[in-house]
Write a protein that binds this ligand. Structure first.
Ligand SMILES: [Ca+2]
Ligand SMILES: [Ca+2]
Length: 229
């Protein structure tokens, strides 16, 4: 069975090409990020850092830097890595185990049922145990200035809401995330948001605004194409 990790690995080749042609290694250019102490997350699986827009931003690959810098958590424990998923030396169960952001991954027989509104890859990391007031930062490299459509791959036990900030400025207001009926019933929210982004490095922040026991897997940013009348 094709897993998320294999999908990401193959996709990473193309993304790396984009990053290598961009200003990925230049210093942060946005005023709000001058004093930012966080850094893009990188490991053997998430090899492209920072994550690039247009493209997919993986929620579990939030920045390094810890509490108050790269994220804010209401619970110090990681409820997924080392919690629900016991520490066993495996990459999946111990992913970012020492950090407070709660991370789990999709599993066969639990997350791949026919009930899904959109089918997830297996072994796909996601942020769960989300509470209002929590946030995570992503250093992103925007390769082209423009307006972007945002899609969100997520689930929610009850109706919740999130918002997105760019360089500490709220650019969306509250974005409703409708209940999917179960935290393991996944959906792809198309037309989730539209955001204007300038070329360069920016800090994208995902805020949990309203409780919904939401799980966050990834965002996809694509150039906005207006409807023709
Ligand atoms: Ca936590
Ligand atoms: Ca949490």
């Amino acid at each position: 069975m094709k897993t998320f990790l294999s999908t990401l690995s193959s996709a990473g080749i193309g993304i790396f090409f984009l990053a290598s042609c961009s200003t990925a290694t230049s210093p942060a250019t946005s005023p709000a990020s001058k004093d930012y102490q966080g850094e893009p997350f990188k490991d053997n699986t998430f090899a492209v850092a920072p994550q690039t827009i247009p493209g997919r931003v993986m929620c579990a690959a939030y920045d390094l830097g810890g509490e108050g810098i790269a994220y804010h958590e209401t619970t110090e424990k990681n409820h997924g890595s080392g919690g629900l998923n016991p520490a066993d030396g495996s990459y999946l169960n111990e992913f970012r185990i020492s950090e407070a952001v709660d991370i789990s991954y999709t599993k066969e027989g639990l997350d791949d049922t026919p009930d899904n509104l959109a089918a997830p890859d297996l072994g796909m990391f996601y942020i769960g145990w989300t509470d209002p007031g929590e946030w995570v930062n992503y250093t992103v490299d925007v390769t082209e200035t423009g307006t972007y459509s945002v899609q969100f791959f997520c689930s929610a036990e009850t109706d919740g809401a999130v918002s997105l900030s760019v360089d500490d400025e709220d650019v969306t207001g509250n974005l409703p995330v409708a209940s999917t009926g179960s935290p393991h019933r996944w959906n792809l929210l198309t037309d989730f948001a539209e955001v204007r982004l300038e070329k360069g490095l920016h800090i994208l922040t995902l805020h949990t605004q309203e409780a919904g026991k939401m799980n966050y897997a990834w965002f996809n940013f694509t150039p906005f194409i207006p409807n023709r009348v």
